[in-house]
Design a protein around this ligand. Structure first.
Ligand code: GAL
Length: 337
C-alpha cells in the first residue's frame, strides 16, 4: 500500500515536472535547469566556421550558473542539405529548446523555418543570410516572432576590400597600364557572402572612377587548395597583367599567397592580395607584407550575439528578426597600429 502511494506521488511529481517544463530539463541531481541547444553547422571543415562554432560552445559555457546549464549538441551538415534537414528533424524530435542553424543552402531556408516554427522551437539562423533584409524579393522570410538571422552584411566586406585597393597610392594599378586587372576567387556561389563580396569589392573601385578588367572569375568554395589552384593557373596564363587577386575569404587567399610566391611574384611590389575573415595567419601575413588586406569577420561578436539571442528566445523573451555585426577593415596601417 505504502509503495503504491509513493509511486502515485512520484508520478504526480513527474507530471508536474513535464507540464511545468516548457523548455529545459529540471531535476538534475543538483537542481539546476538544463536547456538543450541544437546547433547545425554547414560544414565542420571550414576555417572560419570552426572558429565560430568553437566560440558558440565556449561562450555557452561561460554563461552557465549553478542554476542554469546548457547542453549544446553541435552537428556537421557536411555541406549536404539532405544531411542537415535530417539533423534538424532529429533536433525537433529531441525537443531542443532552441536551434541554431548555419544553413547548407540558403534556398532551403523556408523549408527549415517552416519545420522548426511548426514545432514551436525558436530558430537562430547564422552566417548564411536567407535573403530578406538585403534582397527585397525575399522580404518577410524571417517574419516570425521566434525566428531570426544573426550575421554581417557581406556588401560591407566587399566594399572594404575594394576600398583598401582604392586607397593605395597607385589605386591598385600595379603595372601602370591604366587598368586594374583582377582575378576573382569566389566562395560557394549560392552563398550571399560570395555574391556580395564579388560584386561590392569591384563596385568600390568603379565608384571611384577606376577602370577595371576581370581576367578570371572562378569558384574556390572557400577552400585553400582551390584558391591555390585557381591563382596558380591564372598567374601562368596572365602573368604580370594581373594587378590584384581578390578572394572572397582568407582560406582561399592563403592558397593564392602560396601560388603568388611560387610564381616569383611579390605582394605589395607587383601584385595585391585581398581576403575576408582576418584569420590569425592572414593578419600575420599583412604584418609581414605578404598580403595586402583582409576584413575582420567578427566570429566572436557574431557567435556571442547568436548565443545571447538564443537564450532570450528559449526563455520566451521577444527577439528581433535581424541582428547585424559590423565588419572591420584590416590593412597594413590597421595591423601596425
Ligand atoms: C563566410 C566566411 C567564409 C566561410 C563562409 C561559410 O562568412 O567568410 O570563410 O566560412 O562564411 O558560409
Amino acid at each position: 500500500m505504502k509503495k503504491r502511494v509513493l509511486s502515485l506521488l512520484l508520478a504526480g511529481v513527474m507530471l508536474v515536472g513535464v507540464l511545468a517544463g516548457c523548455g529545459g530539463d529540471k531535476g538534475s541531481a543538483d537542481g539546476a535547469k538544463t536547456y538543450n541547444v541544437g546547433v547545425s553547422i554547414y560544414q565542420f571543415d571550414d576555417n572560419f566556421m570552426t572558429l565560430y562554432r568553437n566560440e558558440i560552445e565556449a561562450y555557452f559555457k561561460t554563461l552557465e550558473t549553478d542554476d542554469v546549464k546548457y547542453k549544446v549538441t553541435i552537428v556537421d551538415g557536411k555541406n549536404d542539405m539532405a544531411t542537415q534537414t535530417n539533423q534538424i528533424d532529429t533536433f525537433i524530435t529531441q525537443k531542443m529548446d532552441v536551434i541554431i542553424c548555419n544553413l547548407v543552402q540558403t534556398s532551403s531556408a523556408e523549408t527549415i523555418i517552416d519545420k522548426v516554427v511548426a514545432a514551436n522551437i525558436p530558430l537562430v539562423l547564422i552566417n548564411r543570410e536567407p535573403l530578406g533584409e538585403t534582397d527585397e524579393s525575399y522580404a518577410g522570410i524571417l517574419e516570425n516572432e521566434k525566428v531570426c538571422y544573426v550575421g554581417a552584411d557581406a556588401r560591407q566586406s566587399g566594399t572594404y576590400q575594394g576600398e583598401i585597393v582604392r586607397d593605395l597610392p597607385n589605386k591598385g594599378d600595379m603595372n601602370g597600364d591604366g587598368v586594374v586587372k583582377y582575378v576573382m576567387i569566389e566562395g560557394d556561389p549560392e552563398n550571399p557572402d560570395a555574391q556580395y563580396r564579388t560584386e561590392f569589392s569591384i563596385k568600390a573601385l568603379t565608384d571611384a572612377g577606376i577602370k577595371v578588367e576581370c581576367l578570371v572569375d572562378q569558384v574556390g568554395n572557400w577552400a585553400t587548395d582551390k584558391g591555390q589552384q585557381i591563382a596558380a593557373s591564372a598567374l601562368t596564363q596572365y602573368g604580370t597583367d594581373i594587378d590584384v587577386i581578390f578572394c572572397n575569404n582568407d582560406g582561399m587567399a592563403i592558397g593564392a599567397a602560396a601560388a603568388i610566391e611560387a610564381a616569383g611574384r611579390k605582394v605589395g611590389q607587383d601584385i595585391l592580395l585581398l581576403g575576408v575573415d582576418a584569420l590569425d595567419d592572414c593578419v600575420d601575413m599583412i604584418k609581414a607584407g605578404t598580403m595586402t588586406g583582409t576584413v575582420l569577420n567578427d566570429h566572436i561578436g557574431q557567435s556571442h550575439t547568436a548565443v545571447d539571442v538564443a537564450i532570450k528566445a528559449l526563455k520566451g523573451e521577444s527577439i528581433d528578426n535581424y541582428y547585424w555585426v559590423d565588419y572591420v577593415k584590416v590593412d597594413a596601417s590597421y595591423v601596425n597600429k
